[in-house]
Write a protein that binds this ligand. Structure first.
Ligand code: AHR
Length: 521
């Protein structure tokens, strides 16, 4: 049946078993119709939705960003130039650090001062390896300056003290005379960094201290009290949040923490089957379908947490911060199981594209999100092998979608019966999101997760004249297509020239398993 429909739409008519079928009437059911009101948007898609997360885990920091000043790999003050260039190209808006689980056993004072005198520690969560603390506060904030991105630091609640966290904020943000500001100057940094985003612990229901929500809520109130604002700088404090569909944690935080004490409340969601994660590259369609189901249903899961927040915060003062999300597969064969190094295929690209569309559409509440993790860990943008690096399909999605950053979200009406059917199961095949940027250009990101079925798409643009359309597409022959060090450009965006503009209507055929971003002016 699928093949029949494809033939119909490509030939216009099909002559089969003596029946003359009017192709148009048959394809009508298949068509995806979208209406965009270009003059109606109200909410801005906060650029921080496109944020990243990088932990002291495996080769994310060490060998990922940090190679040291003596390295033969081109670097600036020890930070790899190629990584910085690539992430800048994708307009990385913020970077969360140092964890993750690592954050709740990190003692920041071990990571300042002369590098050769910094104490070493065991990274108990991630492979039991020695952490020599050569990448600490100064190096991280230097990295953020090179990237032109906002730092987001997650402080230690699980094994740290209120005093330690309070002093860290003072060290980073205070410009006057004080023990911590003086110590910073001794370590070579005259001016404060003016950091804004501050996390008060991570996964405190789990690796961050195994706390009950009521206990953590009290801890949050206590720790957050001593994270002071200095000068004009206002900290945006983020409470350690829930995971998956644990709505109770969200409920307790919203109930027990005064709304004016938190800028945001976090949420973590990994699209994986714990206990049966499977290979990043060797998978059957069954597994692909199950992952797509999680990614499609991520929207409902977000809505569940948003409903709880709406109940306590109808004026939308507290942001939902999805500060860890992404895929989690088995590590690549032969690599350290504690390093979470995985390849990245078109399947990961679909997870990214669907998730970013979900975040865009819920930008009234979701103000920040951080994919886990930027380099060499989990759903990475970049993989490195000594001096070589490759960009993953997920990187390309972020780079293509950067046009949505700080643009006004345009509500769209998506009318589609198109289903991706697998066995007895089915999912909506199409996802779309639209925005209008400061110059008035409209961007539409479209995803077709169906591995076989292309579809005709018609987009009506209302509320303004348009005369030009351009686009790019990310697709590949196979769902497990990926880039490797030998073939670094197997998957990359290509120009998409199929869209035809006629007055206010755009029409084109959206290929199977594809991600398309259109620019309409
Ligand atoms: O991203 C890997 C780990 O996943 C993080 O350290 C932790 O917060 C989460 O459980």
């Amino acid at each position: 049946m699928k093949r029949l429909l494809i033939l119909i739409s490509s030939t216009g008519f099909l002559f089969q078993a003596g029946i003359h079928v009017n192709a148009q009437s048959n394809t009508d059911k298949q068509e995806v119709r979208i209406v965009i009101n270009s003059d109606l948007g109200k909410e801005v898609i906060n650029k921080h939705i496109y944020g990243h997360f990088s932990e002291h885990l495996g080769h994310c920091i060490y060998e990922g960003y940090w190679v040291g000043e003596e390295s033969g790999i081109p670097n600036t003050r020890g930070i790899r130039d190629d990584i910085v260039d690539a992430l800048k190209e994708s307009s990385i808006p913020n970077l969360r650090w140092p964890g993750g689980c690592f954050a709740d056993e990190y003692h920041w004072m071990d990571g300042i001062g002369p590098r050769d005198q910094r104490p070493k520690m065991i990274n108990t969560h991630w492979g039991g390896v020695t952490e020599d603390n050569s990448f600490g506060t100064h190096e991280f904030l230097d990295l953020c300056e090179l990237l032109n991105t906002e730092p987001y630091i997650c402080g230690n609640v699980g094994s740290g003290t209120v005093e330690e966290m309070s002093k860290w904020v003072e060290y980073i943000n205070f410009d006057g005379v004080s023990p911590m500001a003086d110590l910073r100057r001794t370590n070579g940094r005259e001016n404060s960094w003016g950091l804004t985003y501050w996390g008060v612990g991570n996964e405190n229901w789990g690796c961050g201290g195994r706390m009950r929500p009521e206990f953590y809520a009290d801890q949050y109130r206590r720790f957050a009290t001593y994270c002071r604002n200095y000068g004009d700088n206002r900290l945006r404090k983020i409470a350690g949040g829930s995971h998956d569909d644990n709505y109770n944690w969200t409920e307790v935080m919203m109930k027990e923490i005064p709304l004016n004490m938190m800028w945001g409340l976090s949420l973590h969601y990994y699209m994986t089957e714990w206990g049966n994660k499977g290979s990043a590259t060797e998978f059957e369609e069954d597994e692909y379908f199950r992952t797509m189901k999680m990614a499609v249903n991520f929207g409902s899961l977000l809505d569940g947490h948003i409903r709880v927040m709406d109940k306590y915060d109808p004026r939308n003062r507290v942001a939902l911060v999805v500060d860890e999300w992404g895929t989690w597969w088995n590590v690549e064969p032969g690599t350290n199981p504690g390093f979470l190094y995985q390849q990245n295929t078109m399947r990961d690209a679909f997870v990214a594209a669907l998730s970013l569309n979900h975040f865009n559409d819920r930008c009234k509440r979701i103000k920040m999100a951080n994919i886990a993790q930027t380099v060499n860990v989990l759903q990475a943008m970049i993989l490195t092998d000594e001096e070589r690096m490759i960009l993953t399909p997920t990187y390309h999605v972020f780079e293509m979608y950067k046009v949505h950053q700080d643009a006004t979200m345009l509500p769209l009406d998506l009318d589609s019966d198109l289903e991706y059917k697998h066995g007895d199961n089915k999912l909506s095949a199409i996802s779309a999101s639209a925005s209008r940027d400061a110059e008035g250009a409209i961007h539409v990101s479209l995803v077709n997760i169906d591995p076989e079925q292309a579809t005709d798409v018609s987009i009506d643009i209302r509320g303004g004249d348009v005369s030009e359309v351009n686009g790019r597409i990310l697709t590949a022959g196979e769902l497990n297509a990926h880039n490797s060090f030998d073939e670094p450009e197997s998957v990359k965006p290509e120009p998409f020239k199929a869209a035809r503009l006629s007055k206010q209507n755009l029409s084109f055929r959206l290929p199977a398993k594809s991600i398309v971003v259109l620019e309409i002016k």
